[in-house]
Design a protein around this ligand. Structure first.
Ligand code: PNS
Length: 164
């Protein structure tokens, strides 16, 4: 009997993709045969975003260009519906600390209530990325600070280009 491939989904806004995200996604590849990076976009996000969804997808594809087991797709609506369509049964999320915990725990319980086959796996970040968030990257960059150390070079180039 051939087992069906194990598919994990890494959902998020990724505006922009940080080294913290990359760390979690690469480790998700150790847990699953394939990883779908689900880039969320909803009309309510448009005003606050640095990159539109197509740009975010492009930057993630660039970073994972050598990884054939990664697929990057946009998504809207319920995560469990999208995950099911992709054949994913594992949601992988990074948990940076207690501040993340409450929200993440609530989402995990709700997603499982919505679809009992959906398991959420939390990964602790590498300590060096525990304080990195896209929100802070956007803020620092908007205020003229350097964010290169938190981003892959190709992402850093894109951030620098929009900050100018
Ligand atoms: O990058 P973020 O903001 O941490 O990502 C949050 C995201 C996109 C994973 C979350 O908001 C989400 O799953 N949205 C999809 C809508 C949904 O399914 N809502 C119910 C969750 S219980």
């Amino acid at each position: 009997m051939t087992e069906s491939p194990r598919v994990a989904i890494c959902p998020g806004s990724f505006d922009p993709l940080t080294l913290g995200h990359e760390d979690i996604i690469r480790r998700a590849l150790g847990l699953a045969d394939r990883v779908v990076i689900a880039v969320s976009h909803s009309p309510s996000q448009i005003k606050r975003q640095l990159f539109d969804v197509d740009q975010r997808i492009e930057m993630i594809q660039e970073v994972f260009a050598d990884e054939g087991r990664v697929k990057v797709l946009p998504f809207q609506g319920l995560l469990v519906d999208f995950a099911r369509k992709q054949g994913a049964t594992i949601v992988v999320r990074g948990l940076r600390g207690v501040k993340d915990f409450e929200y993440e725990f609530q989402m995990a319980l709700m997603n499982r209530r919505l679809d009992v086959s959906m398991e959420t796996v939390f990964l602790a970040p590498e300590p060096e990325y525990a304080f990195v968030s896209s929100t802070l990257i956007r803020e620092i960059s908007a205020l003229g600070g350097s964010v290169d150390q938190f981003l892959s070079p190709s992402v850093a180039r894109r951030v620098a280009a929009v900050a100018r």
